[in-house]
Write a protein that binds this ligand. Structure first.
Ligand code: ADP
Ligand code: MG
Length: 640
């Protein structure tokens, strides 16, 4: 059968990406090798995982390895693995298109960077644009691959210039060979066909890879006695050693989690983190545990010092890998970590685990559930034990993720509540824990007050807080969308109720009953006029200086929540607000006077709408008719 050769264009995003990578990564060329090795190692992992459930896939060979070959004369470098390989369609899908969200995330992140920012290796690793990094050093890349269990192989070729060809091909064994025709070396460039250059790169970037990375190297070998040239006295003349070519394993493969803590240096810990975390920044904290007994496991977990770009991408991977006696079982083991710890990276090795586990089984596995409970507890202990400075750093990066747990993990709700930090009306821009808040409460304050909204400075200055401030009561300022869910789940802390400053009666002072009576008919009139948006008009318990604000009843949705749902495109139930008016404000007297003189006065109508507009502006909201507002205020200022 004639082999079909097809030429394809790279998708536009890939072209952009190739340009970016090739043109920006000049100072870090060597990372291409790390990427190819990591793909090879992934491919072997995948094969082993699949072979657990599919008989015959792994054939007879069990010697997994990643092989590097160099040819200084031809100026080529190849990386070969005996992993899972790819079918024709898989090559088309995986190489040449950007099917993965991670790569898209990379492009988005690029757009956010300044023009002068260089693309750093950690970015490349984080977003998995790995394969394309070969074009940093190669003029031409050829990928020959045969998928496990398939007859036919596939050859993919490209100069990285916008096109690639793909054709059916022959290959004896399962796996993938990637051959690079290297670019001509410029002054000062590394030589990627040089033994010591490759050794050093592998050692630095790929030492913990779990499979041997082998390469033929030149060695001095003693010449056996019998073959040596000797003089008549039996003394050797000439060389006693000779150069031979031997295959050598370049990486240590040391699974440092299985060693004793005292035998692992800080540097080892950090290097290992880089390897599994694809993160060049040192981690913020690490947790190395060995548990024995009924739930036996070893874990080495890290908390990164910086959140990845795709932290909030629902498809972004969890970072915990599962091993069984140093044999890799799976990546991204979500069963071991709750969602709110999804930024934690590391390795869990459980010797009693069944190697043939599938994700479905894992969820019910008692051992896995116990390990998870245990790890969560240890992580809480670790976070609780942190000093203020590192903890705040952590909170800044990952607080918004951790908060999700208040809502989703009822069992640990209170533990997470202890870890919450908020800025407050009195904290002067600093973070404050709920514990500290309660400690600082004046004796006549009974509840914990909070307010939710998008913008910190709008919240601090919100008219809704005037009365609370005049009482010297502190208010938590909650600016994360997730806080809306936090306050739904966390109704109490340390025996004190959490109370929204925006909802219900604040019960701070007795309302002046005389005044209330005086304004009753006016308030009714205003309610009718504004009935499209307002469900009630009420004398305010919140305001001291401003004339109007919007609030809600205890079980109403907050203004911020409504905004969040709307911007997520969700239908919101009708949520009319309450208009609160400040009976001590002189404007109210004036309006009441107009009302008593002539209910039909068009100016009275204008004033009523202005009251609503003022309340909306006070909470940083948008006016329905800003032009009209501006005209009315202009007229008022001119005394018209
Ligand atoms: P990532 O490794 O983050 O997925 P890459 O660009 O490095 O991104 O690789 C893209 C995809 O190509 C991989 O996800 C994998 O499906 C496929 N691939 C790359 N190299 C190999 C290989 N040596 N063996 C099998 N599949 C591979
Ligand atoms: Mg990769």
């Amino acid at each position: 059968m004639a082999e079909k050769t097809e030429t394809h264009e790279f998708k536009t995003e890939v072209k952009q990406l190739l340009n970016l990578i090739v043109n920006s990564l000049y100072s870090n060329k060597e990372i291409f090798l790390r990427e190819l090795i990591s793909n090879a190692s992934d491919a072997i992992d995948k094969l082993r995982f699949k072979a657990q459930t599919e008989e015959g896939l792994q054939e007879d060979d069990t010697e997994f390895e990643i092989k590097i070959e160099r040819d200084a004369i031809k100026n080529t470098l190849t990386v070969e693995d005996n992993g899972i390989g790819m079918t024709y369609d898989e090559v088309l899908d995986n190489i040449g298109t950007i099917a993965k969200s991670g790569t898209n995330g990379f492009l988005q992140a690029m757009e956010q960077l300044n023009k002068d920012d260089t693309i750093t290796p950690e970015l490349i690793g984080q977003f998995g644009v790995g394969f394309y990094s070969s074009f940093i050093v190669a003029e031409k890349v050829t990928l020959l691959t045969k998928a496990a269990g398939q007859e036919k192989a596939v050859r993919w070729e490209s100069h990285g210039d916008g096109e690639f060809t793909i054709t059916e091909a022959q290959k004896e064994t399962r796996g993938t060979v990637i051959s690079l025709e290297l670019k001509k070396k410029q002054e000062g460039d590394q030589d990627f066909t040089d033994e010591w250059t490759i050794r050093q790169i592998v050692k630095q970037h790929s030492d913990f890879v779990a499979y041997p990375i082998v390469m033929e190297v030149e060695k001095d070998e003693p010449i056996p006695e019998a073959e040596q040239l000797k003089d008549k006295d039996g003394k050797p003349i000439g060389e006693t050693t000779r150069k031979v070519i031997k295959e050598e394993t370049l990486n240590s493969m040391k699974a440092i989690w299985s060693r004793n803590k005292k035998d692992v240096s800080d540097q080892d810990y950090e290097e290992f983190y880089r390897h599994i975390g694809h993160d060049w920044n040192p981690p913020l904290e690490k947790l190395h545990l060995k548990l024995e007994g009924t739930t036996e496991y070893t874990a080495l977990l890290y908390i990164p010092s910086q959140a990845p770009f795709d932290l909030f991408n629902p498809e972004s991977k969890h970072g915990v890998q599962l091993y069984c006696k140093r044999v890799f079982i799976m990546d991204d083991c979500q069963e071991l970590m709750p969602e709110y710890f999804r930024f934690v990276k590391g390795v869990v090795d459980a010797p009693d685990l069944n190697l043939n586990v599938s994700r479905e089984i894992l969820q019910q596995d008692l051992l896995v559930r116990n390990i998870r409970r245990n790890l969560v507890k240890k992580l809480f202990d670790l976070l609780n034990g942190l000093e203020q400075e590192p903890y705040e750093k952590f909170w800044q990066e990952f607080g918004a993720v951790l908060k999700v747990g208040v809502h989703t993990d009822i069992e640990n709700k209170n533990k997470i509540a202890d870890l919450l930090r908020y800025k407050t009306t009195k904290s002067d821009g600093q973070w404050k824990s709920l514990q500290q808040y309660v400690k600082d409460m004046p004796p006549d304050q009974k509840e914990i007050y909070y307010i939710t909204g998008e913008n910190l400075s709008a919240l601090i200055n919100s008219p809704l807080l005037e009365q609370l401030k005049s009482k010297d009561f502190e208010v938590l300022l909650m600016t994360d969308p997730i806080d809306e869910w936090v306050t739904q789940a966390l109704t109490e802390f340390d025996g004190k109720k959490l109370k929204s400053a925006e909802k219900g009666d604040l019960d701070l002072d007795k309302v002046d009953e005389d005044k209330k009576g005086k304004y009753e008919t006016l308030f009714k009139h205003i309610r009718v006029k504004l009935e499209d948006t307002i469900k009630e008009v009420r004398p305010s318990t919140r305001l001291t200086d401003s004339v109007a604000c919007l609030s809600g009843n205890n079980y109403d949705m907050s203004g911020y929540m409504e905004k969040i749902l709307k911007s997520a495109g969700q239908a919101t139930p009708e949520n009319k607000r309450v208009l609160e008016l400040n009976m001590t404000h002189p404007v109210m007297d004036k309006i009441n006077g107009m009302f008593e003189a002539d209910k039909k006065d068009p100016k009275l109508d204008d004033y009523i709408h202005l009251l609503l507009d003022l309340a909306v502006i006070g909470e940083g909201g948008k006016l329905d008719d800003p032009a009209k507002f501006s005209k009315l205020v202009g007229d008022l200022m001119a005394g018209i």
